[in-house]
Design a protein around this ligand. Structure first.
Ligand SMILES: [Zn+2]
Length: 604
């Protein structure tokens, strides 16, 4: 009898426990300024999370009611919470692969300091390895507002081979680097590029893309690789670095010198081990000029788009489609220090692109396509319209977009809209805008890219950086650029009508970017049922002086309800990370982006 009663009571108790647990949250965050970023731009005080998704937002009082025995609770101490940032054009998998080998000048404020870092790194670099700075900086971020000279680089690095890249415009090899790569006065530069010589005909060590960047790519490819262990370790540290800025998602645009699947090993290992701290979607970028069609055929026969979600997180490591390059002959390199490349000078671009787009249509693959200039986009739209017609709309039945579009023409925005296309914009002008103005004039820079006009046309727009080479991967200088129209050198580019409000910029960097991987219905806001991806910010993005937007960071980042990063008051919640390898890695000594304390301007 007792047993029955006890069982009944037990049953009763478990029934109420389950009911109770069903109504309780796994995690609550209270005492915050929560920017839900729904259409009404609701500001709440607290968030409740269940099963990795937003259960509810509301007042702290309301949310505390969802606290159960096992509910984890975090006090945001009045800080601002935003939906997790999503960089919709970032070379993540390649960035992780090389992270531990590269010295980053991202965020460095003086050339003096940059050269000091170069010198220190040369002193700890072992034989057989190189000092390498691979993009992500602008000479205008330095107080000195200038490039380093070959002499300064040689003086800092001595006989340690060194390669310093500025965007895809130019690079510096020190003498030891020239020797190691057996480059001398007789070495021929690829067409459209130059090995710079001084007045005596001697190599200076400067490599110029004019605009063909293969002279720059080839050297990166020639540098000694890291071990697989170091690539996996570097990927973990790079993704943690991204989490430290509040990034919870990223969409990979492939990139040169980065073969799929071989070179994606760092990220693949993390995904298979269930350790992805970022939701990552990727597009595939053909590596061999003239062989792109065959590469896509092989990928399409061996891979399905949108089907990697089950590995770990919903949509955790997912193949999306083709791009950002589809055909190399149609690539217009964004080097504003050199003349604009014109497709009409490339005899085969049209049929190359048409063949590959038709293949995408036939296989139902979404695509994204790199295009900097309006002239390129006008030309490409002719081919997209043609293939779409010939395939009875199959081409644009899937997601497709242009990347970059700095000088897209207004009339072409309508054509993109009519073809259900989107545009992913990045802060490249923040790193090269001064050179753009020098070449194309201030007027043309006032609306480059014309983001407001894209939005007014109703085109889906995603935002990002195009890191890690043609811009830094830090999202905040990109948001600063969208809001103020200024470069990282504080040079004014856009006119006031072209600037975004802070909310508009944040919207593009969250829900706007989610469109690029067909995930706008599962993330990008903190509405009920959305993925519990969010960040507590170091300062209030919506009210701080504009200048301080640049140095914003996250103090707590959450993906799918799990804490993936914590600092300051939340340091204890920061998940453990293995020691940086190899031992001489610059990341071990400097980390990644050089963060300064915004109150005393001292390096953190
Ligand atoms: Zn690109």
């Amino acid at each position: 009898m007792l047993a029955v009663v006890v069982f009944a009571c037990k049953e009763e108790k478990t029934k109420s426990d389950t009911a109770q647990s069903q109504n309780t949250a796994d995690l609550i965050v209270t005492n915050a300024k929560v920017a839900v970023m729904d259409d009404n731009r609701t500001i709440a005080q607290a968030i409740a999370v269940k099963d990795g998704k937003i259960l509810r937002t509301g007042t702290s009082e309301e949310i505390l009611k969802l606290k159960g025995e096992n509910t984890k609770s975090i006090n945001a101490k009045g800080k601002t919470i935003i939906p997790g940032l999503n960089d919709s054009h970032l070379h993540l998998t390649r960035g992780g692969r090389f992270f531990n080998a590269e010295l980053r000048w991202d965020g460095v404020r003086t050339l003096k300091r940059a050269l000091e870092m170069l010198k220190e790194q040369a002193e700890r670099t072992p034989d057989g390895q190189w000092v390498r700075v691979i993009g992500g900086w602008s000479p205008f971020q330095f107080e000195e507002k200038r490039f380093p000279t070959p002499e300064e680089i040689n003086e800092a690095t001595g006989d340690v081979p060194t390669y310093v890249l500025f965007l895809y415009s130019r690079a510096w090899l020190n003498q030891a680097g020239l020797d190691a790569l057996k480059i001398d006065e007789n070495t021929k530069a690829p067409e459209g590029s130059t090995f710079e010589k001084d007045s005596n005909g001697k190599l200076t060590g400067v490599l110029l893309a004019e605009p063909n960047p293969s002279i720059l790519y080839a050297r990166i490819g020639a540098l000694p690789p890291l071990s697989q262990e170091a690539m996996v370790n570097g990927t973990k540290h790079f993704y943690r670095e991204l989490n430290s800025f509040g990034i919870t998602s990223g969409i990979d645009a492939g990139g040169g010198g980065h073969k799929f699947p071989k070179d994606y090993i760092g990220t693949k290992v993390l995904a298979e081990e269930g350790e992805m701290p970022i939701r990552l979607s990727y597009y595939l970028f053909p590596q061999n000029k003239g062989k792109e069609y065959e590469e896509f055929q092989e990928w399409m026969s061996n891979n399905n788009v949108g089907h990697n979600g089950e590995i770990h997180l919903d949509h955790g490591y997912e193949l999306e489609g083709g791009g950002e390059f589809l055909a190399w002959s149609a690539g217009d390199f964004e080097n504003f220090l050199a003349p604009q490349p014109l497709l009409k000078d490339r005899p085969t671009w049209r049929q190359d692109l048409k063949k590959i787009l038709t293949l995408h249509a036939e296989n139902g693959w979404p695509f994204r396509i790199h295009a900097t200039y309006g002239e390129t986009i006008s030309n490409m739209l002719e081919v997209i319209e043609e293939v779409n017609k010939e395939t009875n709309g199959k081409l644009t039945a899937n997601r497709w977009m242009f990347d970059h579009a700095e000088t897209v023409k207004e009339e072409d925005l309508k054509r993109i809209k009519n073809l259900n296309g989107g545009i992913a914009v990045q802060a490249r002008m923040a790193y090269a805008g001064e050179f753009f103005v020098e070449r194309y004039g201030a007027d043309k820079a006032k609306h480059a890219p014309p983001i407001k006009k894209m939005m007014a046309e109703g085109i889906p727009v995603g935002a990002g950086t195009d890191g890690t080479r043609v811009a830094s991967y830090n999202p905040w200088p990109a948001l600063y650029w969208m809001v103020t129209g200024k470069t990282v050198g504080d040079f004014q580019l856009t006119e006031s009508s072209a600037r975004l409000t802070r909310e508009e910029a944040l919207h593009l960097y969250t829900k706007g970017s989610a469109w690029v991987s067909k995930e706008e219905d599962v993330k990008g806001t903190l509405e009920n049922g959305m993925y519990a991806d969010f960040a507590i910010l170091s300062e209030d993005y919506f009210t701080i002086p504009e200048k301080q937007i640049n140095s914003l960071e996250s103090v707590l980042t959450v993906v799918g309800g799990n804490v993936v990063y914590g600092s300051d008051d939340y340091e204890k919640m920061n998940p453990p990370l293995p020691q940086v390898t190899p031992d001489w890695s610059p990341v071990k000594y400097y980390g990644g982006y050089q963060k300064y304390n915004q109150f005393n301007n001292k390096l953190k």
